[in-house]
Design a protein around this ligand. Structure first.
Ligand code: SF4
Length: 204
């Protein structure tokens, strides 16, 4: 008789790999012992994901929506900056079953890239050079300009009196290399403004 609420434990791909590694280590140790060598398996390197924290997410690149597992190290210790050491397909996902296409498989490189912008960049009207802005400078600047543009051009009803609540003089772009959360907020923000000119290749 089955116990109420019993759920059989599923064996994950990572469990399988871990068991395989343990079996290999045991076999290697046994072979070494049979050759007269003494071995404690210390020469077998640990998986780089051995002490990581796993976070599940979705690849942002296309509409397939493959699940990924992000392995982070260092976020359990004080004064240590979290560091992503590996990103792989989630074997538990019915969408991709642990696989990733080349774009998804390069997610770690994109996260770690030293070419990634980490500051607000601004090129003033007529200027040739970009300058850095702080968020304290950039946010009020963007908010006041968006509000001024919206106040000037917001269309509540069209020529036939139909409610449209649209804004034609502001455009916005997002991108698949923004996080899922940022792209979600961008979508909410643009619908809130009534903004029509919006481009984003991530499928949110
Ligand atoms: S891994 Fe490839 S197929 Fe899957 S969501 Fe990302 S880009 Fe699309």
């Amino acid at each position: 008789m089955k116990c109420k609420g019993y759920m059989p434990k599923r064996s994950s791909r990572r469990d399988f790999i871990a068991r395989s590694a343990a079996t290999t280590a045991t076999t290697a140790t046994g072979l070494a012992a049979s050759n007269g060598e003494i071995s404690n398996g210390a020469h077998i390197p640990a998986l780089k994901t051995a002490h990581t924290t796993k976070t599940n997410s979705i690849c942002p690149y296309c509409a397939v929506g493959c699940s990924v597992t992000i392995h982070t190290i260092g976020d359990k210790a004080r004064n240590v900056k979290p560091h992503i050491v590996h990103i792989e397909g989630d074997p538990e996902s019915p969408v991709n079953r642990g696989t990733l296409c080349p774009k998804g498989a390069s997610l770690e490189e994109f996260v770690q890239s030293d070419r990634r912008l980490t500051k607000v960049r601004h090129r003033a009207a007529g200027a040739k050079e970009w300058t850095d802005l702080t968020w304290e400078e950039a946010i009020p600047m963007m908010a006041s300009r968006i509000k001024a543009s919206r106040d000037k051009a917001f269309v509540e009803k069209d020529e036939k009196g139909r409610t449209v609540n649209r804004l034609d003089n502001v455009a916005m772009i997002g991108g698949c290399t923004d996080t899922n959360e940022i792209n979600y907020l961008l979508s909410k923000f643009r619908f809130g403004l009534g903004l029509l000119a919006y481009e984003n290749q991530s499928r949110l």
